[in-house]
Write a protein that binds this ligand. Structure first.
Ligand code: NDP
Length: 313
């Protein structure tokens, strides 16, 4: 069976930074990119808050740069999804795409988080037919059409303002009577004439013959003024947050009550010795590209300490 000193799972900023640091410390490492190579940033447009790019950089380009940088210093980067991993003893054994196996003395989990859905049946029914969780991926299809974005956080505001440049009209469906987003993002939304915010509203269903043609909404759900109404839309975009990608761990790593990997003190160590975590999968608070990169660096340094203490490097 193939062996590596450090298996890195996931290819966002945390995974690539860990790979760069591990390689430069002369620790042989193998990364599996996962379902979405490059991670969430490949689905955004311009990134203005990653230091070092005074005029901004496209998300896809930033991730491609990180990949090239990791490969240049010696990291082995492979497409493939870690579908299972046995963490009961060292070396750990990971299964890739349900077939190949690799043995690892240490593991860095950097699998990030995936978009949440509301959980209504119509989201599945209209999947790929008007329902999306990525405006920058699918917004193009809604030129001069009407769309709705669900959520009131920074992501929802960002998606709504992005879509407002393409679509004729954008509804934001917000369940509370205020936006949770930062003031700067709220301002951006409020300045757009073609964005209409529907406060106190929840989506109960979608309708349409061969794709989404509208949504059934309820306003003031569960109160005396509860009111059902429909809006005509061509696209329905979810922007209600993300869920950490931990299913493949099968309960072997301790998670917090929100499902994020719990870290030991100020380190990136998990409850299993030799297994570390970095980025959005272990960060319920900041969830930024630059902080994920920082955690990736910490994880590689923690791996180095661990392997040295065990006499493995
Ligand atoms: P958030 O958790 O901040 O916001 C989620 C939004 O979705 C909230 O308005 C929430 O409503 C709503 N929501 C959640 N579940 C449901 C549901 N079942 N039905 C209806 N609405 C629901 O997630 P984001 O993805 O927006 O942001 C995540 C993090 O990333 C934040 O820290 C954010 O600041 C950061 N971010 C920063 C950006 C930037 O700086 N440019 C861009 C994007 C994200 P409620 O308020 O009622 O809970």
């Amino acid at each position: 069976m193939e062996k590596t000193k450090c298996l890195i799972i996931g290819s966002g900023p945390a995974g690539y930074t860990a790979a760069i640091y591990a390689s430069r410390a002369n620790i042989d490492n193998v990364m599996y990119e996962g379902i979405q190579p490059g991670g969430q940033l490949t689905t955004t447009t311009e990134i203005e808050n990653f230091p070092g790019f005074p005029t901004g950089i496209e998300g896809f380009d930033l991730m491609e740069n990180m990949k090239q940088q990791a490969e240049r210093v010696g990291s082995v980067i492979r497409s493939g999804v870690v579908t299972a991993i046995d963490l009961s003893k060292r070396p750990f054994v990971a299964t890739i795409d349900g077939k190949d196996q690799i043995e690892a003395e240490s593991v860095i989990i950097a699998t990030g988080a995936s978009a949440k859905y509301l959980g209504i049946d119509d989201e599945k029914k209209y999947s790929g037919m008007g329902v999306s969780a990525c405006a920058t991926c699918d917004g193009f299809f809604y030129r001069k059409k009407t769309v709705a974005v669900v959520g009131g956080g920074d992501t929802a505001c960002e998606e709504a303002s992005y879509l407002s440049n393409i679509a004729k009209k954008v509804y934001m469906i917000v369940r509370k009577d205020y936006l949770r987003a930062s003031q700067a993002m709220q301002k951006r939304v409020n300045e757009k004439e073609n964005i209409e915010i529907l406060f106190n509203c929840n989506t109960v269903g979608l309708f349409g013959e061969n794709g989404v043609e509208g949504a059934h909404l309820v306003r003031h759900k569960g109160t005396d003024h509860e009111e059902m109404f429909d809006i005509a839309i061509d696209g329905f975009f979810l922007a209600i947050g993300h869920r950490p990608n931990t299913a493949f761990l099968n309960g072997q790593i301790t998670l917090d009550e929100q499902g994020y990997i719990e870290l030991q003190g100020k380190t990136t160590a998990t409850n299993v010795e030799g297994v570390f975590a970095a980025g959005d999968v272990a960060d319920p608070i900041y969830r930024q590209a630059v902080s994920a990169a920082g955690m990736g660096c910490h994880a590689a340094l923690d791996v180095q300490q661990f392997l040295m203490a065990k006499g493995l490097i």
